[in-house]
Design a protein around this ligand. Structure first.
Ligand SMILES: [Zn+2]
Length: 288
C-alpha cells in the first residue's frame, strides 16, 4: 500500500518535472517585489540641551529625547541593513552613559533583535549607514564580514581621515571597514536594480550623508531621513545643526529630499523621532 502511494507520488513528481510550465503561473510584470521593512530599536538618546541642533537659536534652552532606530529591509534578492545604532555593549550598563549633553542607553540590543527573527549578520547581503556619527556606527563592526558595504565615496574618505578628529565619530566602532572593499557611490544607488530600494545622496550633515527610499507594496513609499532632520521641528524650520559639515549642502539636500517625497508620494520617517518610529509596525512585526 505505502509502496504504491510512494510510486504514484514519485510519478507525479516526475511528470511535474517534465512539464514545469504547466505548474508555474506567469508572473505579472507590474507586481512589486515583496519587501519587508523591520524597524529596530538601536538605543535612546536623552539630550539635556539641544541648542546645537540649529544654527539660528531656535532650540536654545530646550531638551529632547531621541529614539535611535535601525532598519532591516528584506527584499527577495537580499537583505539591506540600514544604520547600526549605538553599540550593543551599552546594554550591559542599564543606567546608560553620560557624555556631555548626551545620555545614551541601549535597552535592547540589535543582535538580540536579529536573533529573534533568525538573521545572522553574515546572512545579510548589503550594509549601509546614513552617516558615520557615533549613534549610527555603534554596531558597524558586526557587519564587517559578508555583507557588501555601500557608502558614499566622500563619506568613505572622511571616515578614515577627518571624522575621528571632528569628535562625533568613533573610529573604533567602524575600524574593521578600513580596508574592506566597498561599493563607493557617487550618485543615487538602486540597491536591487528594480527601483524598490534606493539610497539617496543628501550631503551636508556629513560629507557623504545618505537617506533611503523604500517602496513597499502595501504600506506605500517611505523616505528614511538619516539625520537630514533630527526632529519634526527641524523639518518644519529647515534647521541646520551647528556641527553639520556644510550648511549650504544641507539646504540643497533638503530641497532634493522634499521634492522626492512629493514626486514619490513618500511618507517621511525621521529616524530620531519616536513619533515617526512608532508610526511603523512594532518589531518583530514589519511593514510590507
Ligand atoms: Zn543621529
Amino acid at each position: 500500500m505505502s509502496l504504491k502511494i510512494t510510486a504514484i507520488a514519485g510519478l507525479a513528481i516526475i511528470l511535474a518535472a517534465c512539464n514545469p510550465a504547466a505548474e508555474v503561473k506567469p508572473q505579472e510584470s507590474n507586481t512589486a517585489p515583496e519587501i519587508k521593512l523591520y524597524t529596530m530599536s538601536c538605543g535612546v538618546i536623552n539630550i539635556s540641551d539641544i541648542s546645537a541642533f540649529s544654527n539660528k537659536g531656535e532650540f536654545d534652552g530646550k531638551k529632547s529625547v531621541f529614539s535611535n532606530s535601525c532598519y532591516l529591509i528584506r527584499h527577495p534578492d537580499g537583505d539591506l541593513m540600514w544604520d547600526a545604532g549605538l553599540p550593543d555593549a551599552l546594554a550591559q550598563n542599564p543606567d546608560g552613559m553620560q557624555n556631555g549633553v548626551f545620555h545614551v542607553s541601549v535597552p535592547k540590543t540589535l543582535k538580540s533583535q536579529l536573533d529573534e527573527i533568525g538573521v545572522a549578520p553574515d546572512d545579510i547581503e548589503y550594509f549601509a549607514m546614513s552617516h558615520s556619527h557615533f549613534d549610527h556606527t555603534g554596531n558597524a563592526n558586526m557587519f564587517a564580514g559578508e555583507p557588501q558595504w555601500i557608502v558614499d565615496a566622500n563619506e568613505h574618505a572622511w571616515m578614515f581621515e577627518e571624522a575621528p578628529a571632528a569628535g562625533i565619530a568613533q573610529l573604533d566602532s567602524f575600524i574593521q571597514f578600513k580596508d574592506k572593499p566597498a561599493i563607493k557611490i557617487t550618485s543615487d544607488h538602486d540597491v536591487f536594480g528594480d527601483g524598490s530600494v534606493t539610497i539617496i545622496r543628501t550631503p551636508g550633515h556629513t560629507p557623504g550623508h545618505l537617506a533611503l527610499l523604500v517602496k513597499l507594496p502595501k504600506t506605500g513609499n517611505l523616505l528614511l531621513s538619516g539625520d537630514l532632520y533630527h526632529m519634526p521641528q527641524s523639518r518644519e524650520l529647515r534647521s541646520i545643526p551647528v556641527f553639520n559639515t556644510s550648511p549650504e549642502q544641507t539646504l540643497v539636500s533638503m530641497d532634493k529630499f522634499e521634492a522626492l517625497a512629493v514626486a514619490q508620494n513618500a511618507r517621511v520617517i525621521i529616524q530620531h523621532s519616536q513619533k515617526d518610529v512608532d508610526s511603523l509596525p512594532a518589531f518583530p512585526a514589519y511593514a510590507e
